[in-house]
Design a protein around this ligand. Structure first.
Ligand SMILES: NC(=O)c1ccc[n+]([C@@H]2O[C@H](COP(=O)([O-])OP(=O)(O)OC[C@H]3O[C@@H](n4cnc5c(N)ncnc54)[C@H](OP(=O)(O)O)[C@@H]3O)[C@@H](O)[C@H]2O)c1
Length: 249
C-alpha cells in the first residue's frame, strides 16, 4: 500500500467517524468518548477562552442550543455581564476555570495570545477537545503570525497547545453569521480540520447544533487553508466547500 493510499484511508476513516459520509457507510455501534466529550445527544459543557466577538457569539448560540457554557477572558466583569445577558446555561469564570469546566474548550483569542494561553492552560487542555478559531494576522499579532503562516496555522496551533485534540473551525466566516446559521440549518458549510477522529466527531456535533454543516477537509496540516483570504474563506454551501477542498493539498 502506498503512502497516498494510507492517507486516503485515514481521511475516509475521519470522514466516517465524523458522520460526514452516508449513514450506510458509517461504523456500526460506535460509542465515542473524547476527553470527556461524547457525540451522544446529551448536553456538553463548553469552556470558552476568549469571550469577544467570536467566543461571545458562539457561547450565546451554544447556550441556546442547550449546552452549558463558561465564558472567560482576562476581564471577569465583562464575562459576568455577558453571561447574564445570555442567561440560561451561561456562566463566567477565569480561563483556567473555563478550561477545567469544559468537556470541550473553544479558544478564540488573538493569535499573539496563544503562546501564553497554551502555557497557562497546558495541564488542563492536554487530551481535551479544543476548537481553535484563532487566525494569525501579521499586522495585529506580529512575529508569531509570520511563524504560524509559514508553518501552517493548524500545525502551529498544535505546537502552541501541546496535547490538545485540536479541531480548527469557525476561522473564515464573520462572527455575526455564527449567531444566525441556526435559522436555516445545514445551508452553510463549516470547513474544519483535525487529526483526532473523535475530536472531529465532537466538534462536528457542536457545529451542527448551531446550524452549520461541518465539512472535514483533512488533518491539521490542512488547517492552513482555514483562514481569511484563502479559497475556502467566506460563506459557502457544503457542496461548494467539498468541491474547493478537493483541489487543495
Ligand atoms: N471577528 C471575526 O469575525 C472572526 C471570525 C473568525 C475567526 N476569528 C478569529 O478568532 C479569534 C478571536 O476573534 P474575535 O474577533 O472574537 O476577537 P476579539 O473580539 O478581540 O476577542 C478576543 C477575546 O480574547 C480575550 N483575550 C485576549 N487575550 C487573552 C488572554 N491572554 N487570555 C484570555 N483571553 C484573552 C479578549 O479579552 P481580554 O483582552 O479582556 O482578555 C477577548 O475576550 C481571532 O484569532 C480572530 O482572528 C475572528
Amino acid at each position: 500500500m502506498t503512502m497516498e493510499d494510507d492517507m486516503k484511508r485515514d481521511r475516509r476513516g475521519l470522514l466516517k467517524v465524523a458522520g460526514l459520509v452516508p449513514a450506510g457507510l458509517a461504523l456500526y455501534g460506535l460509542t465515542l468518548s473524547a476527553g470527556g466529550a461524547t457525540t451522544g445527544g446529551g448536553k456538553l459543557k463548553i469552556g470558552i477562552v476568549g469571550s469577544g466577538r467570536v467566543g461571545g457569539t458562539l457561547g450565546g448560540v451554544w447556550a441556546k442550543a442547550g449546552h452549558e457554557v463558561m465564558l472567560s477572558s482576562r476581564n471577569i466583569e465583562h464575562d459576568r455581564s455577558l453571561a447574564a445577558t445570555i442567561g440560561r446555561n451561561a456562566r463566567a469564570g477565569t480561563p483556567r476555570e473555563a478550561a477545567a469546566f469544559g468537556d470541550v474548550v473553544t479558544i478564540s483569542v488573538p493569535y499573539r495570545a496563544l503562546p501564553e494561553v497554551g502555557k497557562d492552560l497546558a495541564d488542563l487542555i492536554r487530551g481535551k477537545v479544543v476548537i481553535d478559531t484563532c487566525n494569525p494576522f501579521v499586522g495585529r499579532d506580529g512575529e508569531i503570525a509570520t511563524w504560524a503562516r509559514e508553518k501552517g496555522v493548524g500545525l502551529a496551533s498544535a505546537e502552541l497547545l501541546p496535547g490538545a485534540r485540536i479541531v480548527r473551525a469557525f476561522n473564515a466566516i464573520g462572527y455575526t453569521r455564527m449567531g444566525v446559521a441556526h435559522e436555516q440549518p445545514g445551508r452553510i458549510g463549516m470547513p474544519i480540520a483535525g487529526d483526532d477522529a473523535q475530536a472531529v466527531a465532537v466538534a462536528s456535533r457542536l457545529i451542527r447544533d448551531i446550524g452549520f454543516e461541518p465539512v472535514l477537509i483533512g488533518g491539521l496540516a490542512m488547517g492552513k487553508h482555514l483562514m481569511p483570504g484563502t479559497p475556502l474563506a467566506g460563506e459557502r454551501a457544503p457542496e461548494e466547500i467539498r468541491r474547493i477542498a478537493a483541489t487543495l493539498d
